[in-house]
Design a protein around this ligand. Structure first.
Ligand SMILES: Nc1ncnc2c1ncn2[C@@H]1O[C@H](COP(=O)(O)OP(=O)(O)OP(=O)(O)O)[C@@H](O)[C@H]1O
Length: 211
């Protein structure tokens, strides 16, 4: 486990004009996954955009987002230490698999090649370093995206329906890998989904948003 982190969402309220879209108060400890469920339009992606620092100007938000006790809500997205994982793996098409992983590593890391090799082995993709991401299966791309995120040493992770594009057989396996690695890294994570099985496999607390 790297340094343990804690994420606190204090009295978050996001509105659209005069209408309150969502209210949330929660704490996520090191290695914990909090699942936020809700129907389409209930504000799941808006919540993640707010936490990540790119909420559309149409919305108004108040509350505090505390990372290890420090309010990060005034900080720009790149200074928040939030890692994001989306439905789409969003690998860089002009870089090899190893290039995508190296991109995640902070500049200060000296043994980059060794780290990348170890990371590939950890996700069952040893020998894939020089592959073009376009030649990977959906599950393999998802694993590379996950590892790129973890190598970037985030302080907390936001997951936006990351399993919804995978086929049913792969989904369970991918969830296990994601949640095991997040736990092992001691990262507080917030998963938004409308799939109840995602929430069950995450194994943590669950909050339901009402529309
Ligand atoms: N930029 C925007 N300006 C105005 N309204 C918006 C904007 N983005 C989203 N909305 C509205 O805010 C509400 C919440 O949208 P959001 O995308 O967060 O929902 P969601 O729960 O993630 O839905 P889904 O599960 O379908 O992705 C919706 O009613 C949507 O129409």
């Amino acid at each position: 486990m790297t340094a343990p982190h804690r994420l606190e969402l204090r009295d978050i309220c996001i509105s659209l004009g005069s209408q309150v879209l969502l209210e949330l108060d929660a704490e996520i400890g090191p290695g914990e996954v909090l699942t936020v469920m809700g129907p389409s339009g209930s504000g799941k992606s808006t919540l993640l955009a707010y936490l990540a620092g790119f909420l559309a100007p149409d919305f108004q938000a108040r509350g505090q987002v505390l990372l290890d006790g420090q309010d990060i809500s005034p900080l720009p997205a790149e200074k928040r230490g939030m890692g994001l994982l989306f439905q789409d793996p969003l690998l860089f098409p002009h870089l090899s698999v190893a290039g995508n992983l190296r991109f995640g590593l902070p500049r200060s890391v000296a043994d980059k090649a060794q780290r990348v090799e170890g990371a590939l082995a950890q996700i069952g993709l040893a020998g894939f370093a020089d592959r073009d991401p376009a030649t990977l299966s959906g599950g393999q791309k998802a694993r590379v995206a996950l590892m790129r995120l973890l190598l970037s040493a985030p302080c907390a992770v936001l997951l936006d329906e990351p399993f919804s594009k995978l086929d049913t057989n792969l989904r369970h396996e991918m969830r296990q890998l994601v949640f095991d690695l997040l736990r092992e890294a001691g990262l507080p994570s917030l998963l938004v989904t409308h799939d109840r099985e995602d929430a069950e496999d995450a194994g943590g607390r669950m909050i339901e948003l009402n529309h």
